[in-house]
Ligand binder design. Sequence first.
Ligand code: HEC
Length: 263
Amino acid sequence: MIPAVNTTRRTARVLIACSLALGALATLPLGGCRGDRTDKPPRRFFPDMDYQPKLKAQSETQFFEDGMSQRPLVDGVVPFSDHSTLPAPGDDSEWAQMRLMDRANMLRADETYYFGLVAGASMDNPSWVARMPVEVDQELIERGAERFNIFCGMCHGYNGMGNDSGTVGRLMNVRPINLLDAKYRDRNGEFGSDGYIYHVIREGLWSPDGTNRMPAYGYAVNEHDAWAIVAYIRVLQSAFDAEGNSNFGGPAALPTQNNGGEG
Ligand code: HEC
């Protein structure tokens, strides 16, 4: 019996001690927190976080003569890569190819694929490639049909014939052109090369005085999709003449509505 009584008392004492300790802990926050008003110097547990040698973006500084803390890029600087390393030359593993593709995308280091230009040409004096630099297969054409129907059809018509065929296009003062016209078929002409049509999709059409004639779709249609759209325009052109007659002899069945890219 005696040991049992002792155990009970000890348990009670331990409990009291614990409650006292908890009570004391609970009063600790009252001792002061960051943000409380006090005349005493604040306690800084991580002073190197409070005082960092740094400049804040968009803020002023007296360190630089122009007063700007955000510095302009040094002349001639080019993005290098998202990765800190590049594959060794000659490494043709899938991993290496992905890295190299990432880098090419970042540098946009291929004037034909990224800008529709003949190799070596520049935007200052553009010369457009007659034929697209991507392989054309059924997948590309289907993608092009889908993107054309989303981004071009409402103005140029799902059949590409422009003028009154697009629901939005027919409301415009200057009507969208007929993409089936001879001038947009002639790969060696001023308006019909793959590169030029690609360029118009990505950059839009502007008058010399700076007014916009057709919006630029580069923000929504990436390089691959723009080439896909060009491929689909070629499909429309080979199936129909400029008046929309079938080139295959049978009756024409021009696409007249968004068919969801089913072809
Ligand atoms: C908002 C309506 C609109 C949309 C959407 C649109 N276009 Fe146009 N596009 C026009 C108009 C309007 C013109 C004619 C402008 C002019 O002649 O001043 C035009 C002209 C063109 C030309 C002729 C360029 C030239 O120099 O003759 C091409 C090619 C063309 N569009 C392709 C496309 C393609 C491909 C798409 C889809 C990515 C597209 N457009 C989307 C309105 C549109």
